[in-house]
Design a protein around this ligand. Structure first.
Ligand code: EPZ
Length: 438
């Protein structure tokens, strides 16, 4: 199993290009199930979750062609199955995003319940309640959701809790429903208007995506389209945090600063200098970072997907900061690993108290989920000596070649196998050959 090896202490310089957004590409690709015509995507990140979604759609009978440079064509002319099996869903919760399109297009779906997750319970009750309100009969049996309907009916949906994939599932389902659907307390993350843009290009009638209330007027059928996925705002935030903690001066290209306002505002409060261009950012690290409290809340608030990376930055800030995670009940798995590197972090219920500035030392650490693994890579950039991050399959789920991109910015980082590491260690221990001491 690959690992990432980092030797810290090098400031970052140069330019990094941001990939397309994983969390926009996943629902976008599922939307192709709503039509029998081809849908062509560009700027799709070549990360593992996208491959998994491609495999799921192929299992449903869609033709999925991955082309070079982040292009994918999906053609769901004939659906041969409506089942999302446990073996796939357990590896990627976002598989639940086939539920809405399948019920709307095929009138039925059998989707495995995702089960537990490292960062929290993450039930899908709100997705099911909404589809039931739209007229689907829903049964949960043997770990699977069985949904069926003659045709969905438009209705008013109010989400008790803001849910991103819940909003996406209902918005997709409503495009082929009879009548109008109104989604209230909808998620406003940029991935939602990106999906709505695609659906409108496919012939859907949608208003208000990106705001708290979305209106969808159902149509009888949708057609094909071409769509360029938005840049990944969380990947962008991760590179800003990398520069903040390692020091340096970098340019981030192919990003969308407008999608990151809360993150940029918060990071500026800590002393990071950030200049915004239309699709790029220049980031300069301060001599000393300032501590600043934060609470994760739904968009346009500070994203939970930046919490772990922000915590790592705060371990190097002057002062004490309080980080409150309000979205997921168990999203502090990275804390114990950061403590192994010398960080001074104490968890008190939903709040983590970070006492900065505590020098970090390199260590062998273990990734537990996607964003936690990114925070450990950042910690390695600032730590004294060598850090080895294990279980980086978590990282590869959502970051495109992060080691290469950071190396392009001057970091001493590489992907290494168990064997490669053992050889490296053996070399380091090998006595100098006679006569080389002088
Ligand atoms: C999306 O997950 C993202 N995933 C997550 O990113 C992100 O952390 C999350 O939104 C919040 O921003 C994708 O887009 C694929 P939610 P999602 O439904 O939709 C509760 C990453 O790192 N809830 O908005 O699954 C839930 O438990 C990933 O890229 C219910 O109670 O999150 C949570 O506390 C991790 N019942 C809250 O709502 C439901 O039916 C928000 O979850 C649905 C959600």
């Amino acid at each position: 199993m690959d690992k990432i090896r980092i030797v810290g202490g090098r400031p970052l310089e140069g330019t990094v290009r941001i990939s397309g957004a994983k969390n926009a590409s996943l629902p976008d690709i599922c939307a192709a199930l709503l039509t029998d015509k081809p849908v062509v995507f560009s700027n799709v990140p070549e990360v593992r979750d996208i491959r998994t979604m491609g495999r799921l759609l192929s299992d449903l009978g869609a033709q999925v062609d991955f082309r070079v440079g982040g292009c994918i064509e999906v053609k769901a002319a004939n659906l041969t199955s409506v089942e999302a099996p446990y073996d796939l869903v357990k590896t990627m919760r976002a598989s639940v995003l086939v539920l809405g399109p399948l019920v709307a297009r095929a009138g039925k779906a059998r989707v495995s319940l995702p089960g537990g997750c490292a960062i929290g319970d993450r039930p899908i009750n709100l997705h099911l309640q909404a589809l039931e309100k739209m007229g689907a009969s829903i049964r949960v049996e043997s770990g699977y959701v069985e949904a069926s309907t003659r045709r969905l009916r438009g209705t008013e949906i109010y989400f008790d809790t803001v849910t991103v994939t819940g909003t996406e599932n209902v918005m997709m389902a409503a495009t082929l429903a009879e009548g109008e659907t109104i989604i209230r307390n909808a998620a406003q993350e940029p991935e939602i208007p990106d999906l709505a843009d695609l659906l409108v290009k496919m012939g859907a009638r949608i208003q208000g995506a990106g705001g708290p209330t979305i209106r969808v007027e159902g149509v009888d059928a949708l057609h094909g389209a071409e769509h360029t996925v938005i840049p990944d705002r969380i990947e962008t935030g991760t590179y800003i945090a990398a520069c903040a903690i390692a020091g340096g001066d970098i340019e981030i290209r192919n990003c969308q600063p407008a999608h990151l306002k809360a993150v940029l505002d918060k990071l500026r409060e800590t002393g990071i200098r950030i200049e915004e261009g239309p699709e790029n950012l220049r980031v300069r690290a301060p001599r000393t970072l300032k501590a600043s409290d934060v609470t994760t809340i739904p968009y346009p608030g500070f994203p939970t997907d930046m919490q772990a990376q922000y915590m790592t930055v705060m371990t190097q800030a002057a002062g004490t900061s309080a980080i409150t995670e309000s979205i997921f009940e168990n999203r502090y798995m990275h804390v114990a690993e950061l403590q192994r590197m010398g960080a001074n972090v104490r968890i008190d219920g939903r709040t983590a108290v970070v006492v900065g500035h505590t020098p970090l030392s390199g260590a062998q650490v273990m990734a537990t989920d996607l964003r936690a693994s990114a925070s450990l890579v950042l910690a390695g950039l600032a730590a004294k000596g060598e850090t080895i991050v294990d279980r980086i399959y978590h990282l590869d789920r959502g970051y495109y070649r992060i080691d290469e991109k950071l190396r392009g910015l001057g970091a001493d980082i590489e992907r290494i196998t168990e064997r490669g590491l053992a050889d490296r260690r053996a070399q380091a221990r090998a006595p100098e050959p006679a006569g080389t001491a002088e």
